[in-house]
Design a protein around this ligand. Structure first.
Ligand SMILES: [Zn+2]
Ligand SMILES: [Zn+2]
Length: 293
């Protein structure tokens, strides 16, 4: 059974030649979901061999440009390639207005239905989608605009326990959503800054590497994947070091990284500040540049 995420963009607001803006494709036993759609996502889909028309369900965390400016381009290209099947887009309120305006003023006629599901809830974990492969739900984050984290749970088959994956970006430090991600096998958190920029991170409602690691430990996550890396870090090694010191099973996202959601149920959760042997490996669940299609 396959459950993995392919990172298309691991950068923060300012894309670089090596890190594009936020986007990733999650594959749960063959069912695909696009999480965020930063600028250039459609090109990244091609680079990392994900079929354009395989994207039927899109989940946008929030309406900052680095998380959805790729959406009109992706939708237009799906149309140009002859798409007829509908696309479901889950996003904070405002997405339909933004998209309709862009498509209207650009004279774009889209030959398939775009179904918008606008999120307005602020409490609890809201179920959004359920099929024979997975369940997806959303919960509020703490950012400068309404933002949502997504929890993707595999539907358990046979005797295997169901694996769980959570994606939270962007958010400042809050423990409000911990109950919804408790014990996830893989937790993907934004990590825009290192500890040296803690005041800026707090002001802009972003996480630093130590704060991301602290959340992972408090959530008793199996493994942590850091993404949304500020363009100021040409080498993200210091961020990985800062996080690994507090949460050993940590890996750093990179564009093209394929990260499996592994079973971690039987692994005791590392405590904050505990330096375990796995720190050196930086988390072994991820292989860069693997072919996934
Ligand atoms: Zn962002
Ligand atoms: Zn943001």
């Amino acid at each position: 059974m396959n459950f993995y995420t392919t990172i298309l963009g691991s950068g923060a607001a300012l894309p670089t030649t090596t890190r594009h803006c936020s986007a990733q494709v999650v594959n749960v036993n063959g069912f695909r979901l696009l999480l965020d759609c930063g600028e250039n996502t459609q090109t990244q889909l091609r680079v990392f061999r994900q079929r354009l028309q395989s994207i039927n369900h899109i989940f946008i965390t929030h309406l900052h440009g680095d998380h959805f400016f790729g959406l009109p381009g992706l939708i237009s290209s799906q149309h140009l390639c002859g798409r007829k099947d509908p696309v479901d887009i889950f996003a904070p309120a405002g997405i339909a207005r933004a998209m309709n305006l862009l498509l209207e003023v650009s004279g774009s006629h889209i030959g398939f239905e775009i179904r918008y599901h606008e999120l307005v809830h602020s409490e609890g974990c809201l179920p959004l989608l359920e099929n024979d492969r997975c369940r997806v739900s959303a919960f509020a984050l703490d950012h400068s605009v309404p933002a949502y984290g997504y929890l993707i749970e595999e539907v358990s088959r046979g005797t295997n326990p169901a694996r769980r994956y959570a994606y939270c970006s962007d958010t400042g430090y809050t423990e409000a959503f911990l109950p919804f991600i408790e014990g996830v096998d893989l937790l993907c958190l934004e990590c825009t800054f290192g500890q040296a920029f803690a005041p800026i991170a707090a002001e802009k409602k972003h996480l630093t590497a130590p704060l991301a690691a602290t959340l992972a430990a408090k959530a008793a996550a199996g493994e942590l994947l850091l993404t949304h890396i500020s363009a100021r870090y040409r080498d993200p090694a210091p961020l990985l070091e800062e996080a690994s010191a507090l949460f050993p099973c940590t890996a750093m996202a990179a564009d093209g990284l394929v990260c499996e959601v592994r079973y971690t149920k039987n692994r005791p959760a590392p405590a904050v500040g505990e330096g375990l042997v796995e720190a050196a490996s930086g988390g072994g669940g991820c292989g860069e540049g693997q072919s996934v299609s």
